[in-house]
Design a binder for this molecule. Structure first.
Ligand code: IPM
Ligand code: MN
Length: 363
C-alpha cells in the first residue's frame, strides 16, 4: 500500500532523531513492499522563524491530507521569552486540537537490559509494562474562561477544568479497549474527592464498565497514584486520566524507564480497536534538548518507537511494528548504547549510527 506521511522535524534534536526514524520506516518499506511518501513541514520555533507562527494553516491542512504525522520536538531558549506573543508550544497545542487528537498513549516499559540505567531500585521497576492514556484536547489546557485580568485588589487569572460527557466517554473507552489488548486492568485516575469534573469522570467510567466486563476497573486519586507509581509501578496495566493529571503523571512514569530517550508516544483521533486505522501524530516524549542539538548525540530510539506506534495504530501494519521493536531490542542486546543509556562495557554510538544500525536489522 501507499501511505502519505507528514513529517514535522521541529527544533533542537528533533530533525536529527526524525531523520533516523525515517530511515527505519524506509527500511520497513523496502522489506514489506509498502510505500511511504513523505511530506515535510515546519512546527514550533522553526515555523516561528520562517512564518512568524508556530503552526501555519497550510501545514495543518497538509497533515489532514496524510495518514499520520511524525513529529520531532519543539522549543528552545531562542523562543523562551515568557512575554513572547508566539511560543513553539502553541504549535503543539494547536495541532492536537486542530487534528482532534484526543487520546495520548504513552507506553512505559522497562527493558531488562536497561534496568540499571534508572535511578530507582531494580527490584521496584522490574516488570514494569504500562500504558498511560492521557486525555489531550480538553480540561485545563483548553477550558474557557481562560484569562488574566486586573482588579482593584491586584491581578487575577483563571483556567477552567471542564469536560463534557462525550469527551470523557471516548477517552475512557480508549482506555478500556487498550486494556483489552493487554492484561485487562484499567486504572482510572481522578480527584473525585474534590473536583466536580472528576466526579463526572468516575461516574462515566463506572457506567461504561458493563460494556467491558472482561476488564477490571479500579479508581485511584491522582495524588495516591503519583505515590504508587514510584512505590509499586508494576501494578499498573493501563491508566486513563484527564489532560493535566496525565501531563504530570506521564513525566513521573517516564523516569521508571531510565531514560526519556527511550519513550515514544501516540496522539490519536479515535478509539483504538483491532484492525482499525486511526489518524494520529507520533512523537518522542522527550523535548528538543537544545544543548544536545547538532552533535549527533541524541537517542533516536524514542522516535523510532513512535514510528512503530504509527505503523500499528495509523497504518494497520502491526507485524511491521513488531519488526521495528525486535530490531531495537536486538541492537540493545548486542550492547550498543547512546550516551543517555550508556553503561560500562557497552559500545557508545551517535544518533546516526544507532538509527542506521536499527534500520539494518529490520527483517
Ligand atoms: C507534553 C508537553 C506539552 C504538554 C507542552 C510542551 C505544551 O509537556 O507533551 O507533555 O504540556 O502537553
Ligand atoms: Mn508534559
Amino acid at each position: 500500500m501507499r501511505f502519505e506521511l507528514a513529517v514535522l522535524p521541529g527544533d533542537g534534536v528533533g530533525p536529527e532523531v526524525v531523520a533516523e526514524a525515517v530511515k527505519v520506516l524506509q527500511a520497513v518499506g523496502r522489506r514489506s513492499g509498502h510505500e511511504f511518501v513523505l511530506h515535510y513541514g515546519d512546527i514550533g520555533g522553526a515555523a516561528i522563524d520562517k512564518h512568524g507562527v508556530s503552526l501555519t494553516k497550510d501545514t495543518l491542512k497538509m497533515c489532514k491530507r496524510c495518514h499520520a504525522v511524525l513529529l520531532g520536538a519543539v522549543g528552545g531558549p531562542k523562543w523562551d521569552d515568557p512575554l513572547a506573543k508566539v511560543r513553539p508550544e502553541d504549535g503543539l497545542l494547536e495541532i492536537r486540537k486542530g487534528l482532534g487528537l484526543f487520546a495520548n498513549l504513552r507506553p512505559v516499559k522497562v527493558l531488562p537490559m536497561l534496568i540499571d540505567s534508572t535511578s530507582l531500585k531494580p527490584e521496584v521497576i522490574r516488570g514494569v509494562d504500562m500504558v498511560m492514556v492521557r486525555e489531550l484536547t480538553g480540561g485545563l489546557y483548553f477550558g474557557k474562561p481562560k484569562r488574566q485580568w486586573r482588579t482593584s485588589k491586584g491581578r487575577r487569572a483563571v483556567d477552567s477544568m471542564t469536560y463534557s460527557e462525550a469527551e470523557i466517554e471516548r477517552i475512557i473507552r480508549a482506555g478500556y479497549e487498550l486494556a483489552r489488548t493487554r492484561r485487562r486492568k484499567l486504572t482510572s485516575v481522578d480527584k473525585a474527592n474534590v473536583l466536580e469534573s472528576s466526579r463526572l469522570w468516575r461516574q462515566i467510567a463506572i457506567e461504561l464498565s458493563p460494556d467491558y466486563s472482561d476488564v477490571e476497573l479500579e479508581h485511584q486519586l491522582v495524588d495516591a497514584c503519583a505515590m504508587r507509581l514510584i512505590q509499586s509501578p508494576s501494578q499498573f496495566d493501563v491508566i486513563v486520566t484527564e489532560n493535566t493529571f496525565g501531563d504530570i503523571l506521564t513525566d513521573e512514569a517516564s523516569m521508571l524507564a531510565g531514560s526519556l530517550g527511550m519513550l515514544p508516544s501516540a496522539s490519536i483521533a479515535g478509539i483504538p480497536q483491532a484492525g482499525k486505522r486511526i489518524f494520529g501524530l507520533y512523537e518522542p516524549i522527550h523535548g528538543s534538548a537544545p544543548r544536545r542539538a547538532g552533535q549527533n548525540m541524541a537517542n533516536p530510539i524514542a522516535t523510532i518507537l513512535s514510528g512503530a506506534m504509527m505503523l500499528r495504530y495509523s497504518l494497520g501494519l502491526a507485524a511491521e511494528a513488531d519488526k521495528v521493536e525486535t530490531a531495537i531490542n536486538s541492537v540493545l542486546e548486542d550492547g550498543y548504547r547512546t550516551y543517555d543509556i550508556m553503561s560500562e562495557g557497552m559500545k557508545k554510538m551517535g544518533t546516526r549510527e544507532m538509527g542506521e544500525l536499527i534500520a539494518s536489522k529490520i527483517a
